[in-house]
Design a protein around this ligand. Structure first.
Ligand code: HEC
Length: 430
């Protein structure tokens, strides 16, 4: 496989300097990836981004299955819910509940007075935290009115579900920008003072782990004892614990990802590479694969035990890879589209409609694809000029109401290379 230069999107904050990195990446978001959650049994990854969208990925095939676009601002938190549903919370203060394959929310939860920053499922309810300082518990598909507690002075930055702590049943723990942590036991409530704002929380068997803005991890262990581990000099922004509780991953806003052996409290690896800063982390169900979302808009995978980047397992037989390897610029540009669109007659629809036969096709008319309501009503016919224009001004401006994540291709030569190549590879027998 040849070296691939990333395309420069308008929203790009960081341009990946290591162009030859063959890491297994999921491309699709048009902004930093702020939140990640794994739905293990379905082999799905849910990601939320500053591009206002949520993407549901097929982890095994490295493809985007669905794009969920509803929020009017960055998506800060996502959570997996029972019964095939998931939740997303945004800067727009709203929480959307998505169920099944629908691309409209089954329910919208309004109430927070500031951006929603944390979401967790606890005992069949959804618990949300916000910059408004409150924690709300929602019967998210039912009729019970939400319960509201004013938990922190300042933002509630993290919430995690607890089953037992100190031999007692417990419900949840919250962490705040006020440097405190709360623990809700069944009949009592504890508030603990950590010396720095909490940015993320995770729970392992018998302890709570808090990532803090002074670069330290804090452990709340049996006896409610607090101990600290210095990981970095700068704020830690993200945190994840492997499902078996053995490994902890945390990342700061400038540094790489630190992997910590929980039992010994030792940092066993520091992973560095493109994609910094890392905004979100999650472990896959195998207790070994770590997934990170970063400022460069892509999602990366790492072997947390070996301390290495996972390289691509995508079959290289594929048309796009071959054309890109032989220096075909249009195919290189198309890598940004590949997770969501197929090109061949038998490729079918992914998160986006197939582009097979797209030249001369009216917008919103690929068979069997569930378009946003706005698209079929538009008068656009796809051709070189219209597709180039779509990525010159961006999908939101050119096709308002679309769910395609916002992205632009700023270099006119790249737009021309893309449409020239697309015209060739999407034509032919249907
Ligand atoms: C994260 C997924 C995703 C990525 C990445 C993506 N698209 Fe899309 N695209 C979509 C979705 C979803 C739609 C359907 C929009 C709707 O119904 O609102 C779409 C629609 C389209 C359409 C209109 C198709 C029609 O039948 O009317 C074109 C053309 C298109 N995309 C081209 C591209 C190209 C070229 C790229 C790469 C530069 C790209 N897309 C990247 C998800 C994506």
């Amino acid at each position: 496989m040849g070296c691939v230069k990333s395309i420069v999107f308008a929203l790009a904050l960081v341009i990946n300097p290591i162009a030859c990195f063959a890491q297994d990446v999921l491309r699709g978001h048009g902004g930093p990836v702020r939140a990640l959650a794994v739905r293990g049994e379905a082999r799905e990854l849910i990601s939320g981004s500053f591009d206002n969208t949520v993407i549901v990925w097929d982890l095994d095939r490295s493809l985007a299955k669905r794009v969920l676009r509803f929020h009017d601002g960055p998506v800060n938190a996502v959570a997996v819910l029972p019964g095939g549903c998931l939740a997303s919370g945004g800067d727009d203060r709203r929480i959307a509940i998505w169920c099944g394959n629908a691309d409209k929310p089954a329910r919208v939860l309004d109430g927070h007075d500031a951006p929603v920053t944390a979401l967790t499922e606890v005992a069949g309810d959804l618990v949300s935290g916000s910059f408004d300082g409150t924690v709300r518990t929602w019967d998210y598909l039912g009729t019970r009115t939400p319960s509201i507690s004013a938990s922190h002075k300042g933002a509630v930055s993290a919430i995690a579900k607890l089953l037992r702590l100190e031999g007692r049943s417990a419900g949840l723990t919250t962490g705040g920008a006020d440097g405190t942590l709360t623990i809700a036991f069944q009949t009592s409530y504890e508030r603990m003072v950590l010396e720095a704002p909490v940015t993320a929380l995770a729970v392992a068997a018998d302890e709570i782990i808090a990532a803090c803005s002074d670069g330290q991890l804090r452990f709340i262990s049996p006896g409610l004892k607090i101990s600290a581990l210095e990981v970095d000099q700068i704020p830690l922004a993200s945190l994840a614990v492997s499902p078996d509780g053995k490994l902890i991953a945390t990342a700061g806003l400038r540094g790489g990802i630190a992997i910590i052996d929980r039992a010994s409290r030792k940092i066993i690896h520091r992973l560095t590479g493109p994609g910094l800063p890392v905004w979100s982390l999650a472990f896959d169900a195998d207790n070994r694969t770590l997934i990170s979302g970063g400022a460069d808009r892509v999602i990366r995978r790492w072997d947390a035990i070996a301390g290495t980047a996972l390289t691509s397992n995508l079959p290289e037989r594929d048309l796009v890879a071959e054309a890109a390897a032989s220096g075909e610029r249009g195919a290189v540009v198309f890598r940004a589209c590949q997770a969501c669109h197929t090109l061949s007659p038998d490729g079918g629809n992914r998160a986006g409609p197939t582009l097979h036969g797209v030249f001369g096709r009216r917008i919103g008319t690929a068979p069997g694809y569930g378009y946003s309501a706005a698209l079929p009503a538009m008068q656009i016919v796809w051709g070189k000029d219209t597709i180039a224009r779509l990525f010159e001004v961006g999908p939101t401006a050119y096709t308002p109401g679309t769910k395609m994540p916002e992205q632009t291709i700023t270099d006119p030569a790249d737009r021309t290379a893309l449409v020239d190549w697309l015209e060739r590879v999407t034509a032919g027998q249907k």
